[in-house]
Design a protein. Structure first.
Length: 105
């Protein structure tokens, strides 16, 4: 029989490096995508996930993906501003799905 750990023993390990709280804050900010990139770009892109400082974004086309890549510094700065925290968003990775963002999920 496997030894079961108590939740109170596991939680300090989970929260020790701060990744879980950072991911929670990042997900709140990701809901403000239009505020970060503007109305037009938000219609053609959608944040997919956050992982250790990296925000993954899906786009409707390669041209929109390129636009996001070219504006990465500006977008990351705006996301960090919305978060009220420098360094929460460190890198932007873009994937092209060829679908409208509201159809992605």
């Amino acid at each position: 029989m496997k030894h079961l750990k108590r939740l109170s023993d596991i939680l300090p390990e989970v929260f020790a490096d701060g990744d879980v709280p950072k991911a929670a804050r990042a997900n709140i900010v990701m809901r403000q995508w239009e505020d970060a990139v503007g109305e037009i770009l938000s219609k053609h892109s959608k944040p997919d996930r956050y992982d250790h400082g990296v925000i993954w974004v899906e786009t409707t086309g390669s041209a929109w993906a390129q636009e996001l890549r070219m504006r990465q510094t500006e977008i990351l700065a705006k996301l960090n501003e919305l978060a009220g925290e420098r360094g929460l968003f460190l890198e932007l990775k873009v994937t092209h799905r060829g679908k409208k963002p509201d159809m992605i999920r």
